[in-house]
Structures are given as structure tokens and as C-alpha cells.
Write a protein that binds this ligand. Structure first.
Ligand SMILES: *[C@@H]1O[C@H](CO)[C@@H](O)[C@H](O)[C@H]1NC(C)=O
Ligand SMILES: *[C@@H]1O[C@H](CO)[C@@H](O)[C@H](O)[C@H]1NC(C)=O
Ligand SMILES: *[C@@H]1O[C@H](CO)[C@@H](O)[C@H](O)[C@H]1NC(C)=O
Ligand SMILES: *[C@@H]1O[C@H](CO)[C@@H](O)[C@H](O)[C@H]1NC(C)=O
Ligand SMILES: *[C@@H]1O[C@H](CO)[C@@H](O)[C@H](O)[C@H]1NC(C)=O
Ligand SMILES: *[C@@H]1O[C@H](CO)[C@@H](O)[C@H](O)[C@H]1NC(C)=O
Ligand SMILES: *[C@@H]1O[C@H](CO)[C@@H](O)[C@H](O)[C@H]1NC(C)=O
Ligand SMILES: [Cu+2]
Length: 393
């Protein structure tokens, strides 16, 4: 089989690792690569100086972008996600009747905690622990040997639907949804006073190609914006079993507008404190800017991914938040001594209702998804606490 494989061009392509396509004609993209290289060498120097036996250059895990891992690695990743979706849930069914699989445990805890993990002081640390714990579940419960890949939004901002992430091939994260004509804009209300319109994308229906073409979404919706201003939510806060297809609406506009390489470089180079970093990442309140965070989410589109509560119900969520984590890691690494322990924000979504400031001693907890209760302080370094990983282009 291996021999015959060698004779076909297709097979050779799958055996060789495809290097990242670097669009050097985009100056912002090359600036991003330069910043990544600078952060990497600063972090490597720091790691060497700590001389740690538990995390060092020999055993550090490297997270890479989807376009830079080879086809066998991509397949191993999506196989592991499908495996997680085939294992039974840990979440008790009397608490969350719709949580049917191990994968749903992650969706359920995100749903449950949405209003205390977004626009809060723990936003970055909570999501760092969340995707790490997911990566560990893929490895420990589904035999995955690789690391969590990420989505470099800037690479495909002109046409995300045809990117290696969404092209619908065997080695993608599944295709766009089937096109449904005649849909209105999404009308988002990112805070109580501002609305943002996003035109309907090029899908809208069920994903019919690639590894997740038969995926069943079990939970939600909770607050799903659709069709020109409407929002839908299932009864019982979306906790009941509501099996449906994975629907996507890959949309170029928010990618190009909020999450292009220039936006990424701006995020990495302009803010000098964590309040500014978080604000730039999510768009200043009242500005109508969604930042790279919202930009990436609404590029995926559809049901569940347009719904803040259950967006992890689309497996691409973890590639998107891999990149969110990369930007925090990179920004921290540029001036780690001063930026490691920076924290800003309260304990409630846009401080509503008003709460006190989050602190480094606050505990982050993923409930039935896994991990263990851990302080924000322990989540501030990717080469300390429970972690030992870095990012590569
Ligand atoms: C490369 O970047 C330039 C400038 O942003 C853009 O016009 C062009 O379409 C990009 N090419 C590819 C293959 O993405
Ligand atoms: C690193 O640690 C080892 C033992 O753990 C020690 O022998 C060595 O001298 C240390 N190197 C530095 C540069 O501190
Ligand atoms: C939801 O969160 C509350 C408060 O943190 C917790 O008591 C409850 O067990 C959580 N439910 C699930 C299903 O995780
Ligand atoms: C969307 O709503 C706006 C006003 O809220 C209206 O002017 C427009 O015609 C609507 N478009 C569609 C496609 O329903
Ligand atoms: C919305 O506007 C009201 C009235 O101007 C203001 O009090 C409130 O703080 C604003 N909310 C946000 C999230 O900016
Ligand atoms: C890229 O992002 C920047 C900043 O986020 C924005 O000002 C610019 O208009 C975007 N480019 C395009 C082509 O939309
Ligand atoms: C909370 O943090 C903000 C911003 O850093 C600060 O201005 C404010 O005084 C803090 N509030 C308390 C009660 O410490
Ligand atoms: Cu989230």
C-alpha cells in the first residue's frame, strides 16, 4: 500500500509536510511573522535561564497553524475530535439533559459560564485553560499525539471559505454550510447601545463535506442572531437536547474588516497594558468594532458558532481561540517581566451586574469538562504552572 501510494502525486502530497504559505507581499503578514520570531526568541531565552527540568526546549510542545501541519496530522486531529464526540458525557443529564458526549461537556461549561468569562478579568486565562484542557482530552482520552492547531486569521482574510480550514476536503475542518439564499444581515448588539451589521455569508445551511459533515449539534441555541435582527433561543436556556446539523455561514466581511493581518499587528504592537490589549482584541465598547475576537467568531458563522454561549459547539472554535491565546502569549512574551501578571476587568460580562475586579487569586473552573480548579496566576505563563507550550508560524 505504501509503495503504490508513492506512485501517485496525491499521495506524495499527503506524505510531505506542506510548509506555511507565507504571503510576503502582505507587509502586515511579514510583520506578524517578525513579531512571532521576536516573541519566540525572548521566550526561549527566558526558558533557558530558568533551567527547569519540567519545561525546557527539549520537551516543550509546539502549537502550529492549521495550514502548516501536514495532512496526516490534520486527519489525526479531526479523528480525535470525532472520537470525543463519540464518548459519553461526564455532565449529569439531570443538570444538562442535552449534554450527550464528552465534546458536549466543553460546550455545556462554556454555556453555563458565558456571563462570567467574557468581557471579564478572566477572559484570557479561562479560555487558555479551556483549550488546554480540550487538547489534553484529545490526547488522553482519544489517543491524539499532536498539539492544538490554531487559525491565523490574517492568512485567509480575503477568502476564508476556500482556506485549508473551511475548504471541505478530507483534511479540512469541514466545509462551509450549504448556501441558503435570501437571508438578511446579522444584527449584533455587542453592547447595549451599539449595533453592528454583518452581511449574510456564503453558506447558512448544513455542513455537507469534510470530517464534520455528519456532526450532530446537541445543545442550544441560547442567543443566536439570525436574519436581520431576530435572535433565537431554545427553551430551558438551551440546556435541553436539540439535535441538529452543524450549520455554518463562512463570511469574508468580518474576517477582512476586523481580523486581517493589519488588525493582528495593531493588537500586538499598540496596547501597552492588559486593559488596552483586551479592549483592542474585542473592540472598544461603543465603537462598533468587533476586534479580532468577534471578527473570527462571525467569520465562522451559522448555528452554533454565531451564538456566544455555545460557539464551542463548532470544532473550529478551538482553532480560533488557539489564535486568541497565541496573541496573548505573543504580546506577553514581548515584555514578559512586566506583562505576565497584568490583569484587568471585573467578574461579570461588561461589569453587568457590577462586581469587583478580578484578581490573580481568582479560581478558574471548567466543571465537568475536566482539568481542576486553578488560579489565574498559574495560567499567566505558557511555560509555567501546568503548561509547557509555545507557538510557531
Ligand atoms: C497577498 O497579500 C496581498 C496584499 O494584502 C493580497 O492582495 C493578495 O491577494 C494576497 N495573496 C494571497 C495568495 O493571499
Ligand atoms: C541547570 O540545572 C542543572 C541540574 O538541575 C545544573 O547542574 C546546572 O548547573 C544548571 N545550569 C544553570 C545554567 O543554572
Ligand atoms: C453551572 O455553574 C454553576 C455556578 O458556577 C454551578 O453550580 C453548576 O454546577 C454549573 N453547572 C454545570 C452543568 O456545569
Ligand atoms: C432589514 O431591516 C431593515 C430595518 O431594520 C430594513 O430596512 C431592511 O429592508 C431589512 N432587510 C431584509 C432583507 O429583511
Ligand atoms: C449605554 O448608554 C447608557 C446611557 O447613555 C449608559 O449609561 C450605559 O453605560 C451605556 N452602556 C454601555 C455598555 O456602554
Ligand atoms: C484591516 O483591519 C484594519 C484594522 O483592524 C482596518 O482598519 C482595515 O480597514 C482592514 N482592512 C480591510 C481591507 O478591511
Ligand atoms: C478596579 O480596576 C480599575 C482599573 O484598573 C481601577 O480603576 C479600580 O480602582 C479598581 N477597583 C477597585 C475596587 O479596586
Ligand atoms: Cu468563550
Amino acid at each position: 500500500m505504501f509503495l503504490s501510494c508513492l506512485l501517485t502525486a496525491l499521495c506524495v502530497k499527503s506524505v510531505l509536510a506542506a510548509p506555511a504559505a507565507r504571503n510576503v507581499s502582505d507587509p502586515a503578514l511579514s510583520q506578524f511573522y517578525d513579531l512571532l520570531a521576536e516573541a519566540s526568541s525572548k521566550q526561549a531565552a527566558l526558558l533557558a535561564s530558568t533551567n527547569s527540568s519540567t519545561c525546557n526546549s527539549e520537551n516543550i510542545v509546539v502549537r502550529k497553524p492549521w495550514g502548516s501541519i501536514n495532512e496526516a496530522e490534520r486527519k489525526a486531529y479531526t479523528d480525535a475530535v470525532l472520537c470525543l464526540q463519540s464518548l459519553p458525557a461526564n455532565t449529569p443529564s439531570d443538570l444538562v439533559p442535552g449534554a450527550k458526549t464528552r465534546y458536549d461537556d466543553f460546550v455545556a461549561v462554556h454555556l453555563n459560564k458565558t456571563l462570567t468569562i467574557h468581557w471579564t478579568g478572566n477572559f484570557l486565562s479561562w479560555h487558555r485553560w479551556f483549550i488546554y484542557t480540550y487538547e489534553q482530552a484529545l490526547r488522553n482520552e482519544c489517543g491524539y499525539k499532536g498539539s492544538q492547531p490554531y487559525w491565523n486569521w490574517g492568512l485567509y482574510a480575503n477568502d476564508p471559505a476556500s482556506s485549508p480550514i473551511f475548504d471541505g476536503g478530507e483534511y479540512s475542518m469541514g466545509g462551509n454550510g450549504e448556501y441558503i439564499a435570501g437571508r438578511g444581515d446579522l444584527v449584533l448588539n455587542p453592547d447595549e447601545n451599539t449595533t453592528v451589521r454583518i452581511p449574510a455569508g456564503t453558506g447558512g445551511g448544513c455542513v455537507k463535506s469534510g470530517p464534520f459533515k455528519d456532526m450532530v449539534v446537541n445543545l442550544g441555541p441560547v442567543a443566536l442572531p439570525i436574519n436581520n435582527g431576530s435572535t433565537i433561543g431554545a427553551p430551558n436556556g438551551g440546556l435541553d437536547w436539540n439535535p441538529r446539523c452543524l450549520a455554518r455561514d463562512v463570511t469574508t466581511e468580518p474576517n477582512l474588516r476586523y481580523a486581517n493581518s493589519t488588525s493582528i499587528v495593531h493588537l500586538l504592537t499598540t496596547p501597552k497594558d492588559i486593559a488596552g490589549f483586551q479592549e483592542t482584541m474585542q473592540g472598544p465598547i461603543g465603537s462598533g468594532d468587533l476586534g479580532v475576537h468577534g471578527g473570527g467568531h462571525y467569520t465562522i458563522g451559522g448555528n452554533p458558532a454565531d451564538d456566544v454561549y455555545i460557539s464551542p459547539g463548532d470544532p473550529v472554535f478551538f482553532l480560533h481561540h488557539g489564535m486568541i491565546d497565541l496573541t496573548w502569549w505573543l504580546w506577553q512574551s514581548l515584555d514578559f517581566k512586566n506583562r505576565q501578571y497584568m490583569i484587568s476587568g471585573t467578574r461579570t460580562f461588561m461589569n453587568s451586574p457590577a462586581t469587583s475586579n478580578a484578581t490573580l487569586d481568582d479560581v478558574v473552573d471548567l466543571g465537568y469538562a475536566g482539568g481542576y480548579p486553578i488560579t489565574i496566576r498559574e495560567l499567566t505563563s505558557t511555560v509555567g504552572g501546568p503548561f509547557c507550550y509555545r507557538y510557531e508560524a
